[in-house]
Design a protein around this ligand. Structure first.
Ligand code: ADP
Ligand code: ZN
Ligand code: ZN
Length: 738
């Protein structure tokens, strides 16, 4: 046998390499193109893999290679540029290529289904073909259908169009005269529908600042833009008009939004504006719906694709622009498995596909600001709100020595009362769900800990449970102290559930709505609550950072921010950046209507320089000082960071593996001014769900060096015995160092 060539196939396996296969026995002359799926034997199993390349095969290699079991696609699932981006991401984030590529595909494709939903066809069965012409003369409709099918198979729609209903189809099928036939229908790569009349509503007239931004965005060719503008400054309107332009010349837009802000409100705005089909990709879809949306994007039937993180890998037949809204949002970084940043992949993708990418935010990530400073991104700004309302007014309440009512200071309670009396709405931000974060015995000092994480459990009183917010562990709230049997158990601190109870008792005539992960679990809960707030009746909203995103509450005139102090002293080097972003985002909810807004921030640390910067000078000044600090400490974005994590039921093993990893890495890449190793150290959350967690930080001046180091290290670790017993992972550009 002369195979001539072999396939390098990415197979979903934890190994960071490709696997070689011969073409199938009955293969044609032409090799499959990269990006086609094949079914391959793998150990005892058969797996769906993706052809990454073909290469000439040496005769003596032929004997030890197995052939592909079946070819699943005759053309690539994604355009070559996107396929290359996926491979780049697998390499950059040090993830096994097979697993990375597969996670870029809808689940049904990973399982080997054809990309297009099969159209339903009917044809004559063997039995039907043998039937005499007039055998069914007494059932004229059935006779008619048989006659139609004698000329060849027909699609279900064509049969319906001929006026034949399903009862007749069923009758013939039951007689075994006809049978369904499915045929995968590939969409043709026609560009998007003609642009004319593509708008349902006319666009707003841009104010001059917006027009300048729109004009600055070059639509032909690659360009990365940071669009910075506070909440309400009109960024979304700019996105809409960019999309309108690219649709007009037959291109598609990919819009990424954070998980939590994919609300009916957001979608509604796109749907009201555009005539074209909009494919929506989010975690709430069924696998079938997801595949259909993906296919609509791939074939160009959808002019706009809107989705969360993983949508960044959606193929487009005629890509025109990528928009990443709220680019600073942590949900763009996948925190397990393939740990990619959808924002950074989006920029790389835009580069490879030669299209513009727009990163929008009121509070850009320090990475993004730094990229703008270095000239890699063009920095565009929107400086005012189109509705003319001004910046909210800040009011700092120093709560040292102040008497407090379960976490609420007197000035705060008074301000809430004033606003309600004036007929306004109030938003209270408390970034912790549940009733209270600590349950303590007044007599012996015992506190309720999660047995699997060694962290305090949060009381959820409505359901009478203690819940660990780090794992799934839950238990009933005890009546007596398990240590000393005392009944004097106390709830310390407050979460949203307690805030809700307290505010309801302080303002008994006012509706209090709690908005957090617990109260919005039901599918339409959020929509219902947003609608209730939308009536404009005075009310108090109490909630976590869910409140900070995507929603517009025009009648809220006071935003109260509680309990931010922990964020100022966290061991995570990104905690202060995130705190500042959250505060600004929450504050941005105030005074979005015609009424002026104010933000009241109560803290023990009102004089903290970062709080002062943030409230007196704004986010930019705050971000500048954080950047200066990062530069001084040699942290990202000025140097490149990767974390190697190890996890095991036994702490010594977890630590041992990382110590070994450091040894291996140092042997090849000794520490120097350009390479720094830190650890292994216990993770800030040292024990989680019964496993001990350690981490080794690797910091390099040079990105290519870090890449090389990690590649070498992973290859070595894959062959290491201890590494097979300890769960380990690499996180490149981690955003969470817990
Ligand atoms: P962002 O995305 O920055 O939060 P939006 O685009 O949602 O801002 O704009 C905030 C509000 O202002 C929206 O209600 C929007 O309809 C309105 N708006 C935006 N641009 C204009 C404009 N040029 N003229 C009038 N209203 C505008
Ligand atoms: Zn006790
Ligand atoms: Zn736990």
């Amino acid at each position: 046998m002369t195979a001539g060539f072999l396939y390098r196939v990415a197979v979903p396996s934890p190994l960071r390499r490709l696997f070689d296969y011969l073409p199938p026995e009955d293969a044609g002359e032409e090799p499959l193109q990269p990006g086609c799926r094949v079914l391959v034997p793998f150990g005892q199993r058969r797996l769906v893999g993706l052809v990454v390349a073909s290469a000439p095969v040496e005769d003596r290699a032929v004997a030890r290679l197995r052939p592909v079991a079946a070819v699943l696609d005759d053309r690539p699932l994604m355009p070559a540029a996107l396929f290359q981006v996926c491979l780049w991401a697998a390499d950059y984030y040090q993830h096994p290529p097979g697993e990375a590529l597969m996670s870029a595909l809808p689940v049904l494709l990973r399982k080997g289904e054809p990309p297009a939903t099969p159209a339903e066809y009917w044809q004559l069965s063997v039995h039907g073909r043998g039937l005499a012409e007039n055998a069914l003369a007494r059932a004229p409709r059935q006779q008619e259908l048989l006659g139609l099918l004698r000329q060849g198979p027909l699609a279900r729609e064509a049969i319906r169009a001929a006026g034949i209903d399903s009862a007749i189809l069923r009758a013939l099928r039951d007689k075994k005269l006809i049978e369904p036939r499915t045929q995968a229908q590939e969409g043709n790569d026609k560009p998007v529908e003609p642009p004319a009349g593509s708008l349902k509503e006319s666009p707003l007239t841009l104010y001059p600042g917006q027009q300048d931004v729109l004009d600055a965005i070059e639509l032909h060719g690659y360009g990365a833009y940071l669009l910075q503008g506070e909440t309400g400054s009109g960024k979304t309107e700019v996105y809409l008009q960019v999309i309108e332009k690219i649709l007009r010349y037959g291109r598609q837009a990919l819009v990424l939004i954070p998980e939590i802000s994919l609300t009916p409100q957001t979608l509604g705005r796109f749907r009201r504006r555009f005539q074209c089909r909009i494919a929506v990709l989010h975690s709430g879809l069924s696998q079938r719906q997801r595949l259909e949306a993906w296919q609509a994007a791939r074939t160009g039937k959808a002019g706009i694709v809107i989705g969360t993180r993983s949508a960044v890998f959606t193929p487009l037949s005629a890509p025109g622009a990528i928009i990443v809204d709220e680019e600073h949002d942590a949900s763009y970084k996948q925190q397990e498995g393939f740990r990619y940043s959808a924002r950074d992949v989006a920029v790389m993708r835009a580069h490879r596909e030669r299209i513009p990418v727009i990163l929008g935010s009121a509070t850009p990530a320090l990475e993004t600001l730094n990229n703008a400073d270095r000239g890699r991104y063009r920095h565009l700004r929107l400086d005012r709100r189109p509705d003319g309302t001004g910046q909210p007014r800040w009011q700092l309440v120093d709560i040292r020595h102040l008497p407090m009512t379960t976490g609420l200071s007197a000035p705060l309670i008074e301000s809430i009362g004033e606003e309600l009396k004036a007929g306004n709405q109030v938003l209270v931000f408390l970034n912790r769900r549940g009733y209270a974060p600590v349950l303590m015995c007044h007599d012996c000092g015992w506190t309720a800990l999660c047995p699997r994480c060694d962290r305090r459990m949060t009381s959820h009183r409505a359901e009478n449970r203690l819940r660990c917010h780090h794992c799934e562990y839950a238990a009933a709230i005890p009546v007596r102290c398990p240590e000393c049997r005392s009944p004097s158990l106390q709830f310390l601190g407050q979460g949203t559930e307690r805030g809700e109870a307290l505010l309801s008792s302080l303002f008994p005539d006012t509706r209090v709505l709690r908005i957090d992960r617990d109260t919005t679990r039901r599918k339409d809960a959020m929509t219902d609550m947003v609608a209730e707030v939308g009536t404009g009746e005075p009310c108090i909203l109490v909630g976590t950072q869910i409140l900070a995103k995507g929603h517009h509450f025009p009648d809220v005139t006071l935003v109260a921010i509680l309990d931010i102090d922990a964020g100022l002293f966290s061991s995570d080097f990104r905690a202060t950046e995130r705190l500042g972003q959250t505060i600004i985002q929450v504050a941005g909810r105030a005074g979005r209507g015609h009424k002026a807004g104010r933000v009241l921030l109560q803290s023990h640390h009102c004089d903290h320089p970062l709080i002062d910067r943030l409230t007196a000078e704004g986010y930019d000044s705050f971000a500048r000082s954080l950047l200066a600090e990062r530069a001084l400490n040699g942290m990202p974005p000025f140097r490149n960071l990767a974390l190697l994590r190890g996890e095991h039921g036994n702490a010594a093993d977890a630590e041992g593996l990382l110590a070994r990893a450091r040894e291996l890495a140092e042997a090849q890449h000794p520490p120097s001014t350009g390479i720094q190793y830190l650890g292994p150290l216990p993770s800030p959350l040292e024990k989680k769900a019964g496993r001990y967690r350690y981490q080794l930080s690797i910091i390099c001046d040079s990105r290519p060096l870090l890449q090389r180091l990690l590649r070498d290290l992973c290859t070595t670790l894959e062959g290491d015995k201890l590494a097979r017993q300890v769960r380990w992972s690499v996180d490149v550009d981690p955003i969470d160092t817990l």
